[in-house]
Write a protein that binds this ligand. Sequence first.
Ligand SMILES: Nc1ncnc2c1ncn2[C@@H]1O[C@H](COP(=O)(O)OP(=O)(O)OP(=O)(O)O)[C@@H](O)[C@H]1O
Ligand SMILES: [Mg+2]
Length: 281
Amino acid sequence: MNRAAPGRTTKRQEETLNSSGKTTDAVRLTDVRKVYGKRDNQVVALDGVTTQFDRGTFTAVMGPSGSGKSTLLQAAAGLDQPTSGSVLLEDHELSEMNETELTKLRRDRIGFVFQAFNLLPVLTVRQNVTLPLRLAGDKPARGHVSKILDQVGLGERKHHRPSELSGGQQQRVAIARALISDPAVVFADEPTGALDTRTARDILGLLRHASETAGQTIVMVTHDPVAASYADRVLFLADGRLAGALSSPTPESVAERMTHLGAFVDDGPLPRLEPTRREQR
Ligand SMILES: Nc1ncnc2c1ncn2[C@@H]1O[C@H](COP(=O)(O)OP(=O)(O)OP(=O)(O)O)[C@@H](O)[C@H]1O
Ligand SMILES: [Mg+2]
């Protein structure tokens, strides 16, 4: 796979610029705050986050446990209402949408891989994966479903139920389910957390491929500097605030930043998945 040269726009970005003249951001957060709990028990999970995710880009979100990563993803995907601030997704202001409109937008435009996989235990792998399509009233094309299941390495397991799968296999079902409807934006909360190195590499390659060829916008939470190096950019969160960004990340540059955030203990050389494309060039 060839990585687009820095500064070069992807196909989807060019189309967006040429045809509509609209901005290239798929998601834009402005001064987003999320406070959980009441008075004495308040937790400020997000403390005024302003950022954007351009169309066709792959962003990794990193930060210590409890820094607000999952909260950020859920706010950006319209799964959780921020206490204040604005979230624009493809020119829709989420705070102005009612629950029915939000459900439709999430169903049609957004794929979400949850930190806990949220699979339905009574459905098979295939039924779990095709659920978003069937909820939308679409009949899943057999070839398309098989292709996605093969891509995540579950072609042989499609008639099994989640309880019959390993943690990593369940995670791959959740990833297939997020990709099945060809969403414009995919939010993935630690999608490779439960995977072995080889499977993780395959999934990361799949996400990168989706951003490069299909022009999908990928936002992925991860604790792993190697996984983050597959992204175009890394955003760092600390205590609910943005604590920096890194373009063209390498495992080493990410690990160094994380060490400074106190989120990552540097204890020797990093395990390698594969050279990133930048290193191959
Ligand atoms: N429903 C909730 N009610 C109260 N506090 C919450 C709730 N959800 C999250 N929090 C708090 O908000 C803060 C941010 O949580 P969040 O889940 O976004 O962290 P995170 O960065 O995803 O952490 P991790 O890496 O452990 O998944 C934490 O202090 C957490 O305890
Ligand atoms: Mg989390």
